[in-house]
Design a protein around this ligand. Structure first.
Ligand code: BDR
Ligand code: CA
Length: 316
């Protein structure tokens, strides 16, 4: 199988997504972290925490960009909690980072792959800054990039952070424009299907009740509890929405995606109400479509992959 890099901003659903990857046999070969849901230090700490909880402390973690290309840093602590993990219990110790040069790591990895005639896949569930920097500094890496999967953007222009923009794009629109402009095969889990693919609170409770208690389950349960409370707190239903986990699930099991749109994607950069909005063009007028955007996926399969993460146990 191809190597897989996870690029993440260390929020609550990033943690769930990483647990799902590990529990379903897709542990990333390396992880790069980025500012986003929380600051870079907290994001990195959170990812190291998940790896420790999951008994995967040997996965190398490279700290990446701590800010967007041009604009000031934003975060989403109002969603993910002050610590970015919604206060989930933490192990006494966490592993060390492998390096503080995430962008350099991406460049080296993709460059080496390109040279060897190979490809490495990358799954991005935070702002797109690290890959944008790598593409700008070393455009020759493109042939080494395999499947790029992104949680981010909107298909129909209904954002979560602004009326027009989704968080991962709005947090660094210039980076997103660079990444979507690259000649790379891309799969996107946009915001809209993340809202329509969910488990109800009752379904989550029933699932949790079936699974025996363990430290891993306690950690997962704290994450899902926080996600539900946040959705309710913002006036939504008591749902656990598949956000980053939707993108992750599509990588673990591509067949669970049942409906997509093929398009090219560009990003509105002008200041004002549309900044960070993604323009999705199936017509080819903005360029050759290189992006597949998920519209529908099998919820029962999402639930099954999620269940595996709650039932996951570290084995000696
Ligand atoms: C994005 O923001 C965060 O809440 C999620 O982790 C995801 O990266 C969704 O807009
Ligand atoms: Ca994220």
């Amino acid at each position: 199988a191809r190597k897989l890099i996870l690029d993440t901003d260390g929020g609550v659903d990033d943690a769930q997504a990483l647990m799902m990857l590990i529990a379903n046999g897709k542990t990333p070969d390396a992880i790069t972290t980025v500012f986003g849901n929380v600051g870079l230090d907290a994001a990195t700490r959170n990812i190291l925490t998940v790896l420790e909880v999951a008994g995967k402390g040997s996965v190398p973690v490279h700290k990446g960009a701590d800010r967007p290309l041009t604009q000031p840093v934003i975060d989403a602590k109002y969603i993910h909690g002050e610590d970015g993990l919604g206060g989930a219990p933490r192990p006494a110790r966490i592993p060390d980072v492998a390096s503080t040069d995430g962008v350099g790591f991406l460049i080296e990895t993709f460059r080496a792959a390109a040279k060897a005639g190979e490809k490495v896949d990358i799954l991005m569930i935070g702002p797109l800054t690290n890959l944008a920097l790598a593409l700008r500094l070393a455009p020759e890496i493109v042939p080494g990039i395999g499947q790029l999967t992104i949680m981010g953007a909107t298909v129909y222009g209904r954002g979560n952070t602004t009326p027009a923009a989704e968080f991962n794009i709005y947090a660094d629109p210039e980076a997103a424009a660079i990444v979507f402009g690259a000649d790379v095969e891309t799969l996107v889990a946009p915001w809209e299907p993340c809202v329509t693919h969910f488990m109800t609170g009752d379904e989550v409770d029933a699932l949790l009740a079936e699974i025996p208690d363990s430290p891993e389950k306690t950690f997962s349960a704290a994450l899902v509890d926080h996600a539900r409370k946040t959705t309710v707190g913002y006036g939504g239903p008591d749902h656990f929405r598949f956000v980053d986990p939707l993108a992750i699930a599509a990588v673990i099991e591509p067949e669970l995606v049942t409906k997509t749109i093929r398009a090219s994607v560009d990003v509105a950069l002008a200041p004002g109400i549309a900044r960070g909005m993604t323009v999705v063009d199936p017509s080819g007028r903005l360029g050759t479509p290189m992006v597949t955007l998920i519209e529908e996926a099998k919820v029962d399969r999402l639930v099954a992959l999620y269940r595996a993460s709650v039932a996951y146990r570290v084995t000696a």
